[in-house]
Design a protein around this ligand. Structure first.
Ligand code: SF4
Length: 280
């Protein structure tokens, strides 16, 4: 096995819950924790890269198996020679442990317990504060007490949340995310997450049938940013993504990346609305 930045196969390590990637996002090795080995998500984003995605929530998690897989895998990664053997030069640093699976991690009823497992395993290896714990989430369960408990446990251990907001309109969320969450609840949940743990908005913008998001869509998004700033919701900023990989959803042939200039102009408008932006 040699890992490249395009190698995001969750089976790479032959484990159920844990997989390694060389991550463009992290700029090094990210150890992924997949709480959705059943490929189930409560959303169905048109750009989703999960093959065989099904509608649903995470299954019951075998927490002791998660703990032994993560412990064993981190020990291997930290052992002499593993990076040289498996990771291209220039990316041989362990950057984070990321809840980023084949579905929505916080749909697991054991999300908070899974965070506790990750924190314990990192603490035992003196890694807390030296690498991040990242949660990549659609945020639609952030209002649940057990999810909030997990977010607070993350905050105490150098955690960071990447909270998905691809659209701030109901029509946009339905078209892009096939989500019925609605922009009001998404806004409330974003505030809950941001007050519980350092949180970045993660936004993917793309063209559908060659059409960029409409000016009304863009304005609704910017209005959300302005509202967050005015309400002093402590969001760290926006991670603005373009379409970089092939979708595994039926809409795939209708999707395309927006021109670089469009993305840069969008980033400028978000900055003008009051939040820092990183474009990928
Ligand atoms: S929220 Fe994530 S896992 Fe779920 S459908 Fe969207 S991209 Fe896929």
């Amino acid at each position: 096995m040699r890992l490249g930045t395009t190698d995001h196969d969750r089976d790479t390590a032959g484990l159920l819950y844990v997989y390694p990637v060389v991550s463009r996002r992290a700029g090094g090795v990210s150890v992924g924790v997949n709480l959705n080995p059943n490929n189930a998500c409560n959303w169905r984003c048109n750009y989703c890269q999960v093959p065989g995605l099904v509608s649903g929530n995470a299954p019951p998690i075998d927490l002791s198996r998660l703990e032994s897989e993560l412990s064993g895998f981190l020990d291997a990664v930290l052992s002499r020679g593993w990076m040289e053997e498996h990771v291209p030069e220039g990316a041989r640093t362990l950057k984070d442990v990321a809840f980023s699976g084949n579905g929505e991690p916080t749909s697991s009823r054991q999300f908070a317990e899974a965070v506790e497992v990750v924190v314990r395993v990192l603490r035992e290896r003196d890694l807390v504060g030296r690498i991040e714990i990242v949660l990549i989430t659609n945020g639609s369960f952030a209002h649940l007490p057990e999810v909030r408990r997990g977010l607070e446990a993350m905050r105490g251990a150098g955690g960071v949340v990447w909270f998905k907001v691809d659209s701030a309109t109901d029509a946009g969320m339905r078209a892009i995310n096939d989500a019925r969450t609605g922009p009001e609840r998404q806004r409330r949940n974003l505030e809950i997450a941001a007050r519980a743990c350092p949180t970045w908005i993660q936004t993917l913008m793309l063209a559908i049938d060659g059409q960029a998001p409409s000016e009304a869509e863009v304005e609704a998004y910017l209005a959300l940013v302005r509202d967050l700033v005015a309400s002093e919701v402590p969001v760290e900023g926006v991670l603005l993504y373009g379409l970089a990989r092939t979708s595994h959803q039926p809409e795939a042939p209708r999707l395309s990346a927006l021109p670089r200039e469009w993305m840069e102009a969008m980033a400028e408008r978000i900055r003008a609305a009051g939040l820092p932006v990183r474009v990928s």
